[in-house]
Design a protein around this ligand. Structure first.
Ligand code: PMP
Length: 429
């Protein structure tokens, strides 16, 4: 594969953008090498500026659940653009968006639209702190909730990839208010609540971890957290920025049957545009201007972004949409495992709905410690072996993979053919 144009762009970018990128994991730092620059995307594919085509399992890190450049989403955006780009005054699409979210996710009776997942989580913990009058929050090691100060404590995603899970620049006075727990550790949660339960404003969790590879909750774990929060008067926040509308139409809360107090969204609700949201029940009445807890946004509820998100939410409501995606994801994971087995490479997989993770180990991974103990060197080699064969996996061992409805049988077969050759190349070296 030729990468001359990408290389030239990356050289220019490195002079102008920190690390040559606008979001850290894109830089290929942990897997080595240089990122390709995208010219266009269509269906399950990305096309780079050198004319190479990749089957894409990143999907813009989650939003592209109907594939890239879906005509219905594109046409909705084109139509919205004809009416102007931003109003700074209410519009009908915002009401339709709120109606759609509250219908699909019943724990949200009211929502506030924002512009990213980070804004959604920041706003949700402000609400939790304001509503409870408590200051502490609890998060889980390896979970990522955006780059808000309170969350950059033992965080996943790029923080984990770069090996700096706690960021300089976060005031100690703030990070001290964030307690961390091991995901899927029942005892640890019980113990922490026993010690400081009365001081906890909220527990925030990725109900399926997607930022430390892909780790589903153990049976009863989310219920355990629900009970602890209820007992101690803390709020339970599900960060469904990744899982929302993906692991099931109603998100992880529908999939596992647990009702959180607040939910944060991003990615899919924007259809590929910069959108986030948070929602809940009567608590939401405390947000300004209904109540005293302040949160605002110049571009929030942007009409073009709402049009993209609404078009995508329309598409995923087609009966059987999520079941088909879950079946395809299971087939893909079984195929990866079989290909690795044939080549004698230790590999296990996790998947929930249309999210999956590959682990270079012979163990089933259920904890952050197990996820981080996997063979990252093998992952990095596999990543490049797949890229050379035209398959783009997330450029880090600590990110979930995503399928879209455009990943049909032929695309999955092509992926597995590449995987068989890639695993063989690993075994041969
Ligand atoms: N929460 C979760 C679970 C995420 O996966 C992400 C981003 N990957 C965020 C929050 C932050 O969203 P954004 O990047 O849109 O700020």
């Amino acid at each position: 594969m030729n990468h001359d144009r990408s290389h030239a762009l990356f050289s220019r970018a490195q002079q102008l953008l920190p690390g040559g990128v606008n979001s850290p994991v894109r830089a290929f730092k942990s897997v080595g090498g240089e990122p390709f620059f995208v010219q266009r995307a269509d269906g399950p594919y990305l096309f780079d500026v050198d004319g190479n085509r990749y089957i894409d399992y990143v999907g813009s890190w989650g939003p592209m659940i109907v594939g890239h450049n879906h005509p219905a989403v594109r046409e909705a955006v084109q139509e919205a653009i004809g009416n102007g780009l931003s109003y700074g005054a209410p519009c009908e699409a915002e009401v339709e968006m709120a109606e759609t979210i509250t219908r699909l996710v019943p724990s949200c009776e009211m929502v506030r639209m924002v512009n990213s997942g980070t804004e959604a989580t920041l706003s949700a913990i402000r609400l939790a702190r304001g509503a409870t009058g408590r200051q502490r929050i609890v998060k889980f090691e390896g979970c990522y909730h955006g780059h808000g100060d309170s969350f950059l404590v033992k965080a996943g995603s790029g923080m984990l990839t770069l090996g700096v899970p706690t960021s300089p620049g976060v005031p100690a006075g703030l990070s001290e208010l964030t307690a961390t727990l091991s995901y899927n550790d029942f005892e640890g949660a019980t113990k922490l609540f026993g010690e400081i339960g009365g001081e906890i404003a909220a527990v925030i969790i990725e109900p399926v971890v997607g930022n430390a590879n892909c780790i589903p909750p153990r049976a009863g774990y989310l219920q355990h957290l629900r009970e602890l929060c209820t007992k101690h008067g803390a709020l339970l926040i599900f960060d469904e920025v990744m899982t929302g509308f993906r692991v099931a139409l109603g998100g992880a809360q529908a999939h596992y049957g647990i009702t959180p107090d607040l939910t944060t969204f991003g990615k899919i609700i924007g259809g590929g545009m910069p959108v986030g949201a948070y929602g809940g029940r009567e608590l939401m009445q405390q947000i300004a201007p209904a109540g005293p807890i302040y949160q605002a946004g110049t571009l929030s509820g942007n009409p073009v972004a709402m049009a993209a998100g609404l078009a995508m939410l329309q598409l995923i409501q087609e009966p059987g949409f999520h079941a088909r995606l879950a079946t395809a994801t299971a087939q893909l994971c079984e195929g990866f495992e079989a290909a690795a087995r044939e080549a004698g490479v230790p590999l296990t997989t996790n998947h929930v709905g249309a999210m999956f993770g590959l682990f270079f180990t012979d163990q089933k991974v259920e904890t952050y410690a197990q996820a981080t103990a996997c063979d990252t060197t093998a992952f990095n080699r596999f990543f490049h072996a797949m890229l050379e064969r035209g398959v783009f996996l997330a450029p880090s061992a600590y990110e979930a993979g995503f399928l879209s409805s455009a990943h049909d049988g032929a695309v999955i077969d092509a992926t597995l053919e590449a995987a068989r050759a890639a695993f063989r190349s690993l075994a041969d070296d």
